[in-house]
Write a new protein. Structure first.
Length: 290
């Protein structure tokens, strides 16, 4: 199975700074997106801390709950002395094995799956309007226009939360799947129908994200707009591997890909086989001569 990925981040049309942070570690099967908040660049610091702490913790084998909670308390500690404090949403996608992945999140940054020309929201927002939707008091369409649609009920580093609610779900890849991680700067401007219209054009990951970014900017771009797209491709081409790195805001990620294969699918190349045979014959010859 071959996974490809790319990313984009833009400050938007209104804000001067970008408080989103992306971390793409595809060779290790890990992608993270954070949307920071707080004055005097505090949001940028919180978002970066969230991604770095959680990525390291997950790679060390910690559970998402433990990793997110550690980030929460580290951001709280870092925010001591900050007048307005700092906080961040966070959503991560971790490859568990060849076919399975896990998404974990706190806040309202989202994960969508594009499969068979249908868009499905995998994550569930930790927000005030989502609680109203769950209670049947408003519809999804009404939530988009609600005056408190940006009020979140969970985030990393918020001093009012003694504990945070980390949600996770696991799922399987199918060829052709695209999982889209995004900050609310995208889905606040574009409805699911509008996102679907862009993805349905099937112009490749880089162009699809570029088109989504342009559509969100044209719709107002009132917030930072950040996206990571990971696709499950048919393994028809040799993957191009690049060094893992984090992405600073306002940079686009060159498309990357990698094969995830099980140990029993690895084979010995013909050259290696010939070399082993040659060494074996030399040993046999030496024993016979002796």
């Amino acid at each position: 199975m071959q996974l490809s990925w790319t990313s984009r981040s833009h400050a938007g049309c209104v804000r001067h700074n970008n408080e989103d942070y992306l971390l793409c570690m595809g060779e290790q099967g890990l992608w993270l997106l954070a949307d920071g908040m707080g004055g005097h660049e505090a949001g940028e610091v919180a978002a970066q801390l969230a991604c770095q702490i959680v990525s390291q913790s997950l790679r060390e084998g910690k559970t998402p709950k433990a990793a997110f909670e550690l980030a929460h308390y580290m951001i709280l500690e870092q925010s001591q002395g900050q007048q307005n404090g700092m906080g961040s949403t966070l959503i991560s996608l971790q490859q568990l094995n060849k076919e399975q992945f896990q998404i974990s999140w706190v806040g309202d940054s989202r994960a969508y799956r594009w499969r068979d020309n249908k868009l499905e929201q995998l994550s569930r927002d930790h927000s005030y309007v989502q609680s109203l939707i769950d209670a049947g008091q408003i519809t999804v369409e009404q939530a988009r226009e609600h005056p408190e649609k940006n009020v979140i009920t969970q985030c990393l580093g918020a001093i009012e939360y003694d504990a945070i609610e980390v949600e996770s779900l696991s799922s399987f890849w199918l060829p052709g799947d695209i999982v889209l991680l995004c900050s609310d700067g995208l889905n606040d401007e574009l409805s699911d129908k509008e996102i679907s219209a862009v993805l349905s054009q099937g112009n490749g990951l880089q162009q699809q994200l570029l088109d989504l970014e342009k559509a969100a900017l044209d719709a107002g771009g009132k917030d930072n707009i950040s996206m990571i797209a990971i696709s499950c491709d048919h393994p028809t081409a040799k993957p191009s591997l690049t060094a893992d790195r984090d992405r600073r805001p306002n940079q686009s990620e060159i498309a990357n890909s990698i094969d995830f294969e099980s140990d029993n699918e690895k084979t010995i190349s013909p050259i290696t086989a010939l070399a082993l045979l040659f060494v074996f014959l030399l040993l046999i010859g030496s024993l016979w001569f002796w």
